[in-house]
Design a protein around this ligand. Structure first.
Ligand code: ADP
Ligand code: ZN
Length: 738
């Protein structure tokens, strides 16, 4: 080989460093700028890799260099892919996330390449149509012809026959006819597009004065093209979405790209519909439900700047945007933004990093912001916009605690008399009611009446949950299941197994018996298994085909149900037990969000919280509605103990096939704990879920003062212990439970 250029190539695998490859003579004239996608040999396979370089890491973090590996035999790069190079900001972002989360850059790259893994094999040329210069008077006009011409007017990119005939409901012969007459010209497609430019002036709602002020502020931030973070806080139904839609419109006008992160795919159908009403077209989507083909199309369209608005789940952060002008994180407090497996990262926090690298504004949206975000807003690190009233004069729901000690449900049942009466009244008036219980299945625990034996998962430290619809007892952590036993597996007493406590299946059963005329809809991850099923459920609610909705946390999200006027929380105390320091914050957010579904239109709503802890601060806060005040109180308590957000925290989870192995390594880590001022190590102790999928888990918590960078400490500490391959040490920076 004559060429002497040797280049680092990062591969989407858990290697710590890029590998080196040589540029062969036939590719000598390629530029190979960082980000260029190449095919390279790896073992006896061909893999996609990316030309790499070193990037700036998070402030204060510098990881020890790996000793350079001896390069035995340098192999050649095989080819380059015919896509633009990954944008420099994305490369920087990948290295940043890897350093922050102590992961290998290759694994982060793997997330970013998810749209392109199949690229090389299936890229075929296709053609579409544009309007030619010929005058339209030369042919006879028909409505179908007119439709096509109107649609293509002013559009510079070609559209395929398939797209035109589906979108405009015209036959392909009409298109052929126009082509023959010279009105349409055939062009090679730059890509196979279904992505249309949203029209920012399509349907602009009249904003209230408060909304307008907030919207103008955000628009200004978009125009400034500078990094900033704004918290948009407003009670549920205050019109936050309308406000940030205007910022999106501004961003489209500026010809910049917008990324909107939603916590749940399930949420996206109502959102997309709303977007379409406002902008005339659908946004691009990015989530795990997409087919490989859709994924590929979207990925390519993003890198070519042909997508201006994309709505997605966490991993959309790693898409190759070239002109990012705005990132919106809706329902920013949602814990589902935390990715808990593989690369452990918080999408909200990483979105802010991405915005900073892209030099664009980020907007965090919530009625009940996380403590981190609220604290940053109060310390003026973030701008803080507030919408204090519901849109259109709708009032906030009246929150009442139903003290279950005073008005208990009938024996063995779970609906209290006050909730039953209120439900009856609402249903009779033709309104909708929601029962909320954050528990799937029929009963969370099954025990033997004779000997007290409880049915536990053999692979996890968790009870088996009865699912009556499938006649099974299921582990919600590993999906292990058994048929519902006829007799106690321990003492063999027949018919002795009894369900303890309610899940939503049991509440549904009780509701059917109590309200025989109600049209019931169950919403949980068991009943809504696809975005299609979710869309159908939402349609039934919108069209009032159902009037009693029974759901798990899936219903707490940002839904807008105009006819819903009563929310009954079956067990408001549910999240409050347990050791998690965040239990109150999370419960408050969840119940506030669920309650926020009530009375969002004309009729005022009520929320009834069934509770045995009616004087708990969380209940009092919900009744009074002073969310921020409660959070500031929490913040003060955290500050005293240097807990986040006033200190830094990392969880180290040691897992192994035997408890002895896990404990041994965890103990060694405890022995070697860093001795520094401002650094505390807690544990080891059994992790929450001390047994999970047959792995025994021990946990240590590393807590430092805020100014101390936690990654180098962890790096040194963890490398002080040599663990066998079978023992795994996972690091969770900024864990959300502690
Ligand atoms: P939030 O996001 O704060 O929960 P939404 O933006 O969903 O609130 O607004 C609640 C309801 O009020 C929605 O149906 C929305 O379409 C309507 N709405 C909000 N602002 C306006 C407005 N300026 N004009 C018309 N309808 C509005
Ligand atoms: Zn299990």
């Amino acid at each position: 080989m004559s060429s002497s250029r040797i280049l680092p190539v990062l591969l989407p695998y858990p290697f710590k460093e890029p590998f080196y490859y040589q540029v062969p003579p036939e590719l000598e004239y390629e530029a190979f700028i960082p980000g260029t996608l190449v095919m390279v040999p790896l073992g006896n396979r061909e893999e996609i890799g990316v030309i790499w370089e070193k990037h700036q890491l998070p402030k204060g973090i510098s990881l020890p260099e790996e000793a350079p590996k001896k390069i035995k035999k340098i192999k050649p790069i095989l080819s380059t892919l015919s896509v633009p190079p990954l944008p420099a900001i994305l490369l920087q972002f990948i290295d940043w996330v890897a350093a922050y989360t102590l992961s290998s850059p290759g694994m982060v790259l793997a997330i970013a390449l998810r749209g392109i893994q199949t690229y090389a094999s299936t890229n075929t040329a296709k053609t579409g149509w544009i309007l030619s210069d010929l005058s339209t008077n030369t042919i006879r006009m028909t409505p179908a012809r007119e439709k096509i011409i109107q649609f293509l007017k002013g559009k510079e990119i070609p559209f395929t026959t398939k797209f035109l005939s589906e979108a405009l409901t015209v036959t392909s012969s009409v298109i052929q006819g126009l082509a023959k007459a010279g009105i349409l010209e055939e062009r090679l497609l730059p890509y196979h597009s279904t992505f249309l430019e949203p029209d920012p002036s399509f349907h602009i709602p009249q904003l209230s004065e408060d909304q307008q002020k907030a919207a103008d502020f955000l628009s200004k931030k978009v125009e400034d093209k500078q990094f900033s973070v704004t918290l948009l806080q407003g009670v549920t139904g205050s019109g936050k979405t309308e406000v940030y839609m205007q910022a999106i419109a501004t961003c489209i006008e500026q010809e910049q790209q917008v990324l909107i992160l939603l916590p749940e795919i399930a949420l996206s159908s109502q959102w997309v519909e709303r977007f379409e009403k406002r902008f005339g077209v659908k946004p691009a989507l990015w989530h795990s439900d997409l087919s490989n083909k859709q994924r590929k199309l979207t990925w390519q369209a993003v890198i070519k700047n042909e997508v201006s608005v994309l709505v997605g789940a966490r991993s959309a952060l790693f898409l190759p945007f070239t002109h990012l002008g705005l990132i919106i994180i809706d329902e920013e407090h949602e814990t589902s933004f935390k990715q808990e497996e593989g690369i452990i990262y918080h999408a909200r926090d990483m979105a802010i990093v991405r915005a900073r690298l892209s030099n664009c504004p980020a907007v965090l949206v919530s009625a009940t912001p996380s403590l981190e975000t609220l604290t940053n807003a109060y310390h003026n690190k973030y701008h803080h916009l507030t919408l204090s009233a519901r849109h259109g004069g709708a009032s906030m729901p009246d929150v009442q605690v139903v003290d279950l000690r005073a008005t208990p449900p009938h024996r063995g049942l779970f609906l209290s008399p006050p909730l039953i009466t209120a439900t009856q009244q609402r249903l009779e008036k033709g309104e909708q009611v929601l029962f909320f219980l954050n528990r799937r299945g029929y009963a969370p625990l099954t025990l033997c009446r004779a000997c007290g034996h409880r049915l536990e998962c053999p692979h996890c430290s968790a009870w088996l949950v009865e699912h009556r619809s499938t006649q099974r007892l299921v582990c919600h952590h590993c999906d292990y299941f058994i048929p519902i036993p006829k007799e106690c597996p321990h003492c063999s007493t027949p018919d002795s197994m009894v369900p303890i406590g309610p899940g939503i299946e049991r509440i549904t059963e009780e509701a059917r018996a109590t309200f025989p005329d109600a049209k019931i809809l169950v919403m949980s991850s068991d009943s809504l298994t696809s975005s299609k099923a979710t869309a159908e459920a939402i349609r039934q609610i919108d069209q009032k085909e159902v009037n009693l909705i029974i759901g798990t946390q899936i219903v707490a999200k940002g839904w807008h149900f105009p006819f819903l006027t009563l929310v009954g929380v079956i067990d408001a105390d549910l999240g409050l037990s347990g050791a998690d320091l965040r239990a109150s914050e999370k419960t408050l957010q969840l119940l506030h969000q669920v309650g926020g579904r009530a009375g969002r239109a004309q009729s005022p709503g009520i929320v009834m919280l069934q509770s045995y802890l009616s004087d708990h601060p969380v209940m009092e806060t919900l009744v009074k509605g002073d969310f921020n005040e409660f959070m500031l109180q929490e913040a003060a308590e955290r500050q005293m103990g240097f807990w986040p957000p006033y200190g830094r925290l990392a969880a180290i989870i040691v897992s192994a096939d035997t408890n002895e192995e896990a404990m041994q390594i965890a103990y060694e880590l405890g022995q070697n704990a860093p001795q520094m001022e401002g650094v505390i190590v807690l544990g080891p102790a059994p992790a929450p879920l001390a047994l999970l999928r047959n792995r025994y888990r021990q946990r240590l918590l590393l807590r430092t003062q805020k100014h101390i960078a936690i990654q180098p400490i962890l790096h040194q500490w963890l490398s002080s212990v040599k663990a066998k391959k079978s023992v795994k040490i996972d690091v969770d920076i900024d864990p959300i439970s502690f």
